[in-house]
Design a protein around this ligand. Structure first.
Ligand code: GAL
Length: 473
């Protein structure tokens, strides 16, 4: 097993310990008064009528002196950091008196950042707001542990619920109370590719229509391998988890994928569908670059495609931001020429999604400043600044399509017509403890021989993970 895998498993073990130490607590009483956000004379109040007013459920005790808002995320790397910077610029325009303190932490789509965040929360030292995936990551974790406050008044005063797609609201709500502010929707089952490698290797099948199964994709991989190129670019361990869920979805389909996450599951973890998904996953891994686990994050893996070293990469739509944003952060590539995209194999008509959202901590140090940040994150201006650079689409349904790329316009359309399925790794369908158990299992599998016996062991580990969660009896 590579060192990276050992470190990864140790990090996961620490996160598990911290998460289990954070047993649910009773949320602190929510204060009832609010001083309005101060606007300096030259500030530009938001033009749109739907820009939220501060939440009247929040008080300002002891924060008057501080005008800072410390926001925790893992938007550090090329692409996503550009989106964050653009949204922070909107904050600066709307509320010049507020200082944004970027507490972003580098690391692997949240794996390490979330471990650090869990430690801060356990030490009762929350940032003013943090990135939280809509779904179980928010509800079964931060809400269950009493670490964040409901945002009923914020939602009421902003009318935010009326501009969110119906799919999102239940994912950020518990007992009818909304708990976070979604800023984006991201598509995860995207196959990014280099058209030139396909052409040179004699792959005549069009990825946009021909890869109806993973087997069809593997046939193309054989040609690419024979031409001396890597077929499928992969990065560090979390990207294996990302690949795993998309292989499983592309093998068993949307309904059976969703059936894995109901209580009790309607898709048998011990059955032939999951077995077929594991077989495809093992095969897909056999076409990946041997140095995957040494890469620092998703960008170097995606760059293998940009550089013409690998034909494909299965990754989220943040790749679009990285590929097309201007230098020095982005690669300034030309869509359809330098790179292209299609749904990942077997997933035509399926949209595997996540939504990033931001929260208000229970013991917020600067609650009014947090509300100011949430106001920007919820606003049309904030989302129209962040999403085009990040490659994602707005969580709001009223963003101006002309600000978005052809790719994002396509994703917006697909979001309204495709079958929607929630992400495992990115927090939608399963509680964090379950996700971490599966991550450890995937990592161990990847370090094994991955033969039939190892596949059977992997499946049994997935069955046990479901039992540990309590979803399987
Ligand atoms: C996801 C996050 C995305 C993007 C991605 C890669 O978990 O939701 O916004 O940051 O990780 O870093």
């Amino acid at each position: 097993m590579g060192n990276k895998h050992y470190i990864y498993i140790i990090v996961l073990a620490i996160v598990t310990m911290v998460l289990s130490a954070c047993s649910p607590v009773t949320p602190a009483a929510i204060p009832t008064t609010l001083s309005p956000v101060t606007m300096s004379p030259n500030s530009q109040p938001p033009a749109e009528k739907d820009t939220p007013a501060p939440d009247s459920s929040v008080t300002l005790t002891g924060e008057a002196a501080s005008r800072q808002v410390e926001v925790f995320s893992w938007w550090v790397g090329p692409g996503e950091a550009d989106g964050l910077t653009a949204m922070v610029k909107v904050l600066g325009q709307m509320y010049p008196n507020i200082t944004f303190v970027d507490a972003a932490v580098v690391g692997e789509a949240g794996t390490n950042p979330k471990a650090l965040l869990a430690m801060r929360l356990a030490a009762n030292d929350p940032p003013d707001s943090w990135q939280a995936h809509a779904g179980q990551e928010t509800i079964a974790n931060y809400v269950a542990a009493g670490q964040i406050q409901p945002l009923d008044n914020f939602f009421q005063s902003t009318g935010l619920a009326s501009v969110l797609p119906p799919t999102l609201l239940p994912l950020i709500s518990k007992d009818g109370h909304p708990y976070s502010v979604p800023v984006d929707i991201q598509r995860l089952n995207v196959l990014w590719y280099d058209p030139k490698i396909l052409q040179d290797a004699g792959v005549t099948e069009d990825p946009k229509t021909a890869f109806t199964t993973w087997e069809a994709f593997f046939a193309a991989c054989n040609k690419i391998k024979a031409a001396g190129k890597t077929c499928l670019a992969l990065g560090p361990p979390w990207t294996s988890m990302h690949l795993f869920e998309n292989v499983m979805i592309g093998t068993i389909g949307a309904d059976k994928w969703s059936g894995l996450w109901t209580t009790p599951p309607t898709t048998d973890w011990n059955g032939p569908d999951v077995k077929a998904g594991i077989t495809n996953f093992a095969k897909a891994l056999s076409y990946t670059n041997s140095d995957a686990s040494t890469l620092s994050n998703w960008q170097p893996a995606a760059k293998l495609v940009a550089d013409g070293d690998a034909a494909f990469n299965v990754m989220g739509d943040w790749v679009y931001g990285y590929f097309t944003d201007p230098a020095p952060n982005g690669l300034a590539l030309k869509p359809h020429t330098d790179f292209d995209w299609a749904p990942s194999p077997g997933s035509y008509g399926i949209f595997n999604f996540l939504s990033d959202s931001f929260v208000l901590p229970t013991n917020a140090k600067h609650p009014n400043n947090t509300i100011t940040w949430l106001t920007v994150a919820a606003s049309k201006a904030g989302q129209e600044a962040f999403n085009p650079l990040n490659g994602s689409i707005c969580a709001r349904t009223d963003c101006d399509p002309s600000l978005f790329s052809e790719y994002s316009q396509g994703a917006t359309k697909d979001w309204s017509t495709d079958k929607l399925v929630g992400s495992l790794y990115h927090g939608v369908v399963a509680a964090p403890a379950w996700v971490i158990t599966i991550q450890t299992t995937v990592s161990l599998f990847q370090s094994s021989t991955m033969d039939a016996a190892a596949q059977a062991t992997f499946q049994q580990a997935l069955v046990s993970a479901c039992s540990s969660d309590g979803a399987c009896q």
